[in-house]
Design a protein around this ligand. Sequence first.
Ligand code: SF4
Length: 228
Amino acid sequence: MLSPMTNAWTSSETLTGCMRRKGIGRRDFLTYCAEVSALLGLSSALTPRIARALENLKRPPVIWLQLQECTGCVETVLRTSNPSIGDLLLNTISLDFQHTIMAAAGDAAEAALHDAMRENRRDYVLVVTGSVPVKEDGIYTIMAGRTARTVLEEAASSAAVVLAVGACAHWGGVQAASPDPTGAVGVAEIIKNKPVVNIAGCPPIADVVTATVIHYLTFGRLPELDSE
Ligand code: SF4
């Protein structure tokens, strides 16, 4: 397993350099790019473009918020036992803020979140897992004295892209089941002023999460979305 807190992809290093350091060969890299093209429903003719965009890529900033959830999505996406380029992209880059895997806690974690938002304003990918409780002014999830809704709205306001990962972030998930004591809703119910990509599944397929990020990094825009 890759440890997200050690051997991390440094901000001055390209993806190619990081892969070399981790012993991932070019053949594996190109195979991965072809798989991502297929996963995204893109023509195989676009594989070289994806490869070109990724190999010179510097570590993109990612902030990952966990709201009302079970940590299953995080485990699925980050805790693979088979290190790959996908792991590099979503395991070792998710260091700007991810409260399950980061060493910091309390005030230090809160400071890390605000530093990451300030330093990467309008530039970071915001990944959200978990639903947002809205009943009783959102008191059912409080993070450093603020409701999950407030934290989400603030983080989304400066994000380049918002990904709602898993059923909970998509539509409320198991917390929204009757009698729905917390008034659980999905991210898109709260964030209305920018597109939210819903990546369904409980938990979602990790490669779909990575492929969505790769599409954004390669083409500078999100993949085409359906109405849900
Ligand atoms: S979508 Fe499923 S795995 Fe993910 S946080 Fe919700 S309950 Fe857990």
